[in-house]
Design a protein around this ligand. Structure first.
Ligand code: ADP
Length: 517
């Protein structure tokens, strides 16, 4: 039985060229089905907004265990397939179906319990799952099987990150009956995660070994999913304009910068939007008090008092609360945060810290230990909690993101909307979305946060100090910065329009023979 796409009617005021496209998003994460980071927020929302603009969209992702905890209805389809893997093994798969919230966009889940029915998506406390290469090669090949069974030809495939990056090569080389000239866009949400594996893993792809060369799929003797995608996709896209330029430099190129440079303007950057239904302080069900730009001072204060009670911090309306939510990974600048935090705690400076994160066990244990030593100043929740993330955004005065690099970053956008001033590094999406507070930007009314002057703990300490001075001594300026951030529009509309333009451009260049096949 063919899979049915959903035809949509446009209820969003986005201009298009008038051609209804059938776009398929391949991903391993999409809210509310599976999430470890920002990829899930993007793939859980962008397809719906593109569908709202009049296109037909579908998502294909693995049937991880977490999809059954999503509270969404998951149904069986009649479709199944079998894929030949090395060692004469035939691995079967079934397809389940649900919809993204809103009901417009079908989500097809590749169900293969041996690969995907595990407690975590990519690995556990011992590290990455050892068979990740095989798992995601299977997923890429299975996604093509699903697309072959769609009731309408696919106009464009958008791959997301390394786990889906083999698809352009598979399609072009031998899609097993899938049109080889289907246009492809590869979206890179974080270049540092490339899917590098020993050369033997390549066998399971079924791709020709004669392309396992350094100028094609091979990378330093091994296989590299992301490089394979970069050299074969028609367009490469990243999640902010600044990151699109940064990844062409040795500092941020993670070894792939020469290839990315050689692609020129085939690499572009589109800033992520945010889901303004989920991240809206006026309606957020996780908060004790909803608020908007007219009553944020009172609203944030009530949320702060409630969070202090929830986290066991002393009740104090005046103490500035510094919030942090995110992966506990080097990328996020923990080598800067921890020394500054220790200094604040040791000197008993008048700040409270609310931290939520999981990841690196060394950072996890240091945070837990510091919180036990300084329970009146630091609350650290090690784990993943979406409701708590919302409450920290609403309750904090400052939000700290001194990332080494940040492809886009979502928490600074949530912070802007929740009236929480961000202290950030001037990199990637942080540079594109947070305008530093200087005399000039205060005067021309553009300031929305604070940039670190250098990437070191002293710069972070100074930036936090500058922000707090403003909060206590320049209250009118502080108020304006908060309210400016709250009223900025970071919803998906403008970004989705840029994606649609990119899809249309990719398709027309391909049709005119200006792309590689
Ligand atoms: P990245 O994708 O690099 O992890 P982003 O800022 O783009 O960073 O997106 C991270 C997303 O994951 C945000 O929605 C953030 O709120 C969420 N998040 C990260 N860690 C946690 C956690 N421990 N609990 C709840 N939400 C989290």
């Amino acid at each position: 039985m063919p899979l049915r796409g959903i035809r949509t009617t446009s209820n969003l005021d986005l201009p298009t060229l008038g051609i209804e496209l059938n776009i398929v998003y391949l991903t391993t994460e999409a809210v509310p089905f599976a999430k470890t980071g920002g990829l899930a927020d993007v793939c859980g929302k962008l397809p719906s907004v593109v569908a709202d603009a009049g296109h037909q969209c579908a998502v294909i992702m693995p049937a991880f265990d977490s999809i059954r905890r999503s509270q969404m209805t998951i149904e069986q389809t009649e479709m199944s397939f079998a894929i030949e893997m090395p060692g004469d093994r035939i691995v079967g798969g079934r397809v389940l179906r649900s919809y993204l919230p809103g009901g417009m966009v079908p989500v097809y889940f590749v169900d293969q319990p041996q690969y995907f029915s595990r407690p975590f998506l990519y690995g556990d406390k011992h590290g990455d799952y050892r068979d990740n290469a095989e798992r995601f090669i299977f997923f890429c090949r299975a996604a093509i099987e699903v697309m072959k069974r769609m009731d309408r030809p696919v106009d464009l495939i958008q791959c997301n990150d390394w786990q889906t990056a083999l698809v352009p090569a598979l399609v072009q080389n031998d899609g097993h009956g899938f049109p080889r000239d289907t246009p492809t866009v590869l979206s890179i949400h974080n270049l540092a995660y490339q899917g590098s594996f020993p050369a033997e893993s390549f066998e399971a792809t079924g791709l020709p070994w004669d392309r396992f060369r350094s100028d094609s799929f091979e990378y330093y003797g091994g296989m590299n999913f992301l490089k394979t995608g970069i050299v074969t996709a028609d367009q490469v896209c990243t999640v902010s304009p600044t990151y699109a330029e940064e990844i062409k430099t040795p500092l941020h190129g993670c070894g792939l910068d020469p290839i990315l440079r050689s692609l020129g303007d085939r690499v572009s950057g589109i800033i992520n939007g945010i889901d303004t239904d989920i991240w809206n302080p006026a309606k957020d069900v996780n908060l004790v008090r909803n608020y908007d730009v007219t009553n944020w001072e009172h609203g944030k204060l009530e949320n702060k008092l409630a969070l202090q009670a929830e986290l066991g911090l002393p009740s104090n309306p005046d103490v500035p609360m510094i919030g942090l939510v995110g992966r506990l990974a080097d990328q996020k600048g923990w080598d800067l945060i921890l020394p500054v935090m220790r200094e604040h705690l040791r000197e008993r400076r008048p700040t409270q810290w609310a931290v939520l994160g999981s990841g690196d066990p060394v950072i996890e244990s240091e945070l837990t230990w510091l919180a036990s030593e300084h329970p009146d100043q630091l609350a650290a929740y090690v784990g993943f909690s979406d409701p708590l993330a919302h409450r920290i955004e609403a309750s904090s005065d400052l939000f700290v993101m001194p990332s080494r690099y940040e492809p886009c970053g979502l928490n600074q956008l949530y912070s802007l909307r929740y009236g929480t001033i961000c202290v950030v590094t001037e990199t990637g999406g942080l540079a594109d979305t947070i305008i530093n507070t200087t005399r000039e930007t205060v005067e021309n009314e553009t300031a929305t946060g604070f940039h670190l002057r250098g990437h070191d703990a002293a710069s972070l300490d100074r930036a936090i100090g500058d922000a707090l001075r403003l909060r206590f001594h320049e209250k009118e300026i502080w108020k304006k910065i908060v309210e400016r951030g709250m009223t900025r529009d970071w919803s998906w509309g403008a970004s989705a329009l840029q994606y649609i333009e990119l899809y249309e451009k990719t398709i027309s260049l391909k049709q005119n023979g200006k792309m590689r096949v």
